[in-house]
Design a protein around this ligand. Structure first.
Ligand SMILES: *Cc1c(COP(=O)(O)O)cnc(C)c1O
Length: 440
């Protein structure tokens, strides 16, 4: 039906529908199970998918159900979950879940419009006041996701006349935001302050000769795939010396660092020297959404210029209410206890992976090199009842495929025993030097 309609539309006459079995690369026929023809588009895309499969880079969505705060049920059984960024285990906190349920009951399941049209609810404003107070900034602005926050804030601040300098390991959303801005881009080797200074000098020279312009440095306080941290104090000194602005993505530091869990910028007392802090509500804050924290002028400006804020439906009442209560838990004595638990777990796993080492964060990568290695290690752990994700290109460089272990306050000490026991063979291989492992 659809196919006939498509072919009879005069606008589509140049297009071809092809017989499935003759042209589809083997292995991908299952992708089009119910149609008798395939589009040329399908044939072209399937050929590309086949090439990814040949490099062990096939991704599949695996259907899982969370069971309690630590387990995932999947097609072949139930696993302990070492893949979640819900570091404090708050997605299962009764107060957080109750707040989400009540907000949906009282305010509806959706917010109905962009904040600028009619969707700016009291719960959004309360959440933003709470986030700003927590981060130590005058204001904060909530977005639909952390990804959307980056895509909104970077192009709002810089454009074609400006320069963005990125750490090589920043999250895809900051890379994409930088590209979208149209600014000239420079990428620094990971945490390399000397190269950053070279790029800052280059940018200053270039901008001076073209009538000035802005320089924005972008980094993460805790790196999402390496679990290591940025030298924030030195970075702040450097950007100040060269008249640049700094954006710090705190996605993986929130909930974990500093007495109130507000992240590394606040922990180091740098909140008045970092122009833009960014975070997600989807990790320790146990909900969904993202935010930018900074000055009142910055937030007012973003309301006028951050397109992913302006032209996107406001976060749901349930998501905002859940994050608001999660934030209160993070800042409470209960949050302090949960932080201690997750750090205790991280210390044990770090010591098992690299005896005598201390963890930078609860993200504990085991770098294995080739994608096939990481995939088969993840499969073996899955068979032992442990869900540890294999992370491959393009999430990490091609030769740095890894297992990415995350521990949370939801785990018990016995869960960590089981993890350590299961990864011991891998650890032995790393200690023998095969494969070469480096954590950064
Ligand atoms: C997860 C993550 C994001 C994106 O946040 P979402 O709310 O999941 O879109 C941004 N930056 C970093 C470093 C992240 O790890």
């Amino acid at each position: 039906m659809l196919v006939n309609k498509f072919l009879h539309n005069p606008r589509n006459q140049g297009q071809k529908a092809l017989a499935v079995n003759s042209t589809l690369p083997t292995g991908f026929q299952r992708l089009i199970p119910t149609r008798s023809v395939m589009w040329e588009l399908d044939r072209i895309l399937a050929t590309e998918l086949e090439a990814w499969a040949a490099s062990d880079l096939t991704r599949t969505l695996q259907s899982v159900e969370p069971v309690g705060s630590r387990h995932l049920r999947h097609a072949d059984g139930t696993c302990l979950n070492f893949a979640s960024n819900d570091y404090l285990g708050l997605t299962r906190h009764p107060g957080v879940c109750d707040a989400a349920a009540r907000a949906a009951q009282e305010l509806g399941s959706g917010s109905g419009a962009s904040r600028l049209v009619s969707g700016s609810l009291t719960i959004h404003h309360r959440l933003e006041e709470g986030l700003a107070d927590w981060m130590g900034t005058p204001r904060a602005l909530v977005f639909g996701s952390g990804y959307a926050a980056a895509l909104g804030v970077i192009p709002a601040l810089v454009g074609a006349k400006d320069v963005v300098i990125l750490d090589k390991s920043v999250h895809a959303c900051c890379v994409d935001g930088a590209h979208l801005s149209g600014a000239r881009l420079r990428v620094c080797r990971h945490n390399d302050l000397d190269q950053l200074e070279d790029h800052l000098r280059w940018a200053r020279r270039n901008l001076a000769s073209s009538n000035g312009g802005r320089i924005l440095v972008v980094t993460e306080s805790v790196f999402s795939m390496g679990g290591d941290i940025a030298p924030l104090e030195a970075l702040v000194d450097l950007k100040e010396r060269h008249g640049a602005w700094l954006l710090v993505d705190e996605a993986h530091a929130l909930g974990l660092f500093g007495g109130n869990g507000a992240g590394r910028v606040r922990q180091l007392g740098l909140e008045n020297r970092v122009e833009v802090q960014m975070g997600t509500l989807g990790k320790s804050l146990a909900s969904g959404g993202g935010f930018v924290a900074g000055s009142a002028v910055l937030v007012d400006y973003l309301i006028h210029r951050a397109r992913s804020f302006m032209f996107s439906t406001a976060p749901t009442p349930a998501a905002s209410a859940a994050a608001h209560v999660a934030l209160a838990v993070v800042r409470s004595a209960e949050g302090q206890t949960l932080r201690k638990t997750v750090w205790d777990h991280a210390h044990r796993v770090a010591d098992a992976l690299h005896p005598g080492s201390t963890p930078d964060s609860p993200i504990l990568p085991v770098i294995l090199g080739a994608a096939a290695e990481a995939v088969s290690a993840a499969r073996r752990l899955r068979e032992q009842g442990l869900w540890v994700p294999a992370i491959r290109y393009p999430t990490v460089p091609r030769d740095q495929a890894r297992l990415r272990i995350t521990v949370t306050a939801g785990h018990t000490p016995e869960d960590i025993d089981r993890l350590i026991e299961a990864i011991t063979p891998l650890v032995a291989r790393i200690q023998r030097g095969t494969p070469a492992a480096s954590e950064s």
